[in-house]
Design a protein around this ligand. Structure first.
Ligand SMILES: Cc1ncc(C[n+]2csc(CCOP(=O)(O)OP(=O)(O)O)c2C)c(N)n1
Ligand code: SF4
Length: 420
């Protein structure tokens, strides 16, 4: 029975070696008795990366070629040898991010990298990578590669990895994955595969085992050492990033039975992010778990400013909020940003400033003159007061407390926020 993969079908083409890597990762992790919550899968761009939605573990999806750098950061941040960081990367991504691979091995970051080497860039139609063996044809290189590809196992073993092996992606290679996952420090397994959609079609009749042999790519263990591994230095007097924030005690009761996904959309400079934090802290004061994701353009001084907030009676394991229960819009920029989300709402609530046109939606709509009543700079915060006053899911007093402890209370009278 699967523990680390969901039971839904794997997303790859029929015969793709990526399926084997996923299945034997499952088997190897089971062999080692890991709990899915102790495993972080870091994936890369490419066909192999679409697997992350099938994992029941933590997952992080990185930029193309950067999953090793991302995984190194995750590993250094966790600083816990009992947690397992596994990076999935294609030969294309490994080409782009080769320096990261060498550095991660050299520094001994505690993680395992699985290179899905199908000898071409699969997702974009079969361009050659730096791993494409001499003579191997691809749709964009029909005359075949003119040079040999890299022997990444030799490179990474030389860089100082604890464990390196190359396996054929045919047959059961879970034992090698188990070995790699069990090592402290940096381990890497290169899985030789063929892409049925582009590799097989461009090289009819070609046998993977023959190709690997002719390319001089040995199937063996290249390194198996007890190397020291990277440990983040914990300085005695190091300040936690959270030390500015005091723990928020539960002071009030809430009436929330299930997670509330709230989206606040306004304009830069109109206090949207601060308002979102107010709601977050009020929720925490009322005993709820809370997350916030802020979105704004790189030009932080103009354009939209939006925040997705989740308040939940239970721990929040997924912080995305594709279908919000409540969308609150206080400006035209915010409306332009959220229009599609609002159109796709099949229920829930839309709170919108009455100066704005009401967009097409199945949500229940309340229009209120937030901007006119308190001025544009305070409209976002005011909309949060308005929402809590009307929904009563958490006591408005919790928000009053947060407001009174903020710098804004020195400039703005709380009575204004409570005047509806
Ligand atoms: C920096 C960057 N360059 C190029 C792309 C376009 N791109 C998306 S997927 C892909 C191919 C991925 O190939 P590979 O890493 O070998 O994985 P596979 O699809 O074979 O599993 C490319 C080139 C990108 N997303 N980012
Ligand atoms: S295109 Fe190739 S690499 Fe991508 S899923 Fe299909 S067989 Fe696998």
């Amino acid at each position: 029975m699967n523990k680390f993969l969901t039971d839904t079908a794997l997303p790859f083409c029929k015969g793709c070696g990526h399926s084997q890597v996923a299945q034997y990762t499952e088997k190897a992790l089971q062999n080692l008795n890991y709990d899915p919550m102790d495993v972080v899968m870091v994936t890369d761009i490419g066909c192999h990366g679409i697997i992350d939605k099938s994992f029941t573990t933590h997952t992080v999806h990185g930029l193309h070629g950067r999953s090793v750098a991302l995984g190194s950061g995750v590993s250094a941040g966790l600083n816990n040898p009992n947690k397992k960081v596994i990076v999935f990367i294609g030969d294309g991504g490994a080409t782009i991010g080769m320096q990261h691979l060498i550095d991660a091995a050299h520094n001994g970051f505690n993680m395992t990298v699985l290179i899905h080497n199908n000898m071409l860039y699969g997702m974009t139609g079969g361009q050659p990578s730096e791993f494409t063996p001499f003579g191997f044809k691809t749709p964009t290189l029909p005359e075949g590669a003119k040079e040999a590809g890299y022997d990444i196992c030799k490179l990474i073993a030389a860089a100082g990895a604890s464990y390196v092996s190359r396996v054929m992606g045919i047959g059961d290679f879970s034992a090698q994955l188990t070995e790699a996952f069990s090592k402290k420090g940096f381990s890497l397994v290169e899985v030789m595969e063929i892409c049925p959609s582009y590799g097989v079609k461009s090289n009819p009749g070609m046998k993977l085992s023959k190709l690997v042999e002719e390319a001089g790519l040995e199937i063996k263990v290249f390194a198996d050492n007890k190397n020291s591994f990277y440990q983040t230095e914990i300085k005695e007097n190091r300040k936690s990033l959270f030390s500015k924030e005091d723990a928020i005690p539960t002071k009030y009761e809430n009436k929330l039975k299930k997670p509330l996904r709230f989206m606040l959309c306004g304009s830069a400079g109109e206090g949207t992010q601060v308002a979102a934090e107010f709601l977050l802290k009020a929720g925490m004061l009322s005993g709820l778990h809370a997350t916030k994701k802020g979105s704004y353009p790189v030009t932080v001084g103009v354009g939209f400013s939006a925040a997705e907030i989740i308040l939940s009676p239970d721990e929040i394991l997924y912080t995305g909020s594709p279908n919000p229960d409540v969308v609150c819009v206080t400006s035209q920029d915010g409306l332009d940003y959220a229009r599609n989300t609002i159109r796709n709402m099949s229920g829930g609530k839309l709170l919108i400033d009455s100066s704005l046109e009401i967009p097409e939606t199945k949500a229940e709509v309340s229009a209120f003159p937030f901007r006119e009543k308190v001025g544009i700079r305070n409209s976002s915060i005011y909309s949060i007061f308005y929402y809590l006053k009307n929904s009563e899911l958490i006591p408005i007093d919790s928000l009053v407390d947060v407001f009174n402890e903020s710098k804004i209370s020195k400039k703005l009278d709380i009575a204004k926020m409570l005047d509806f």
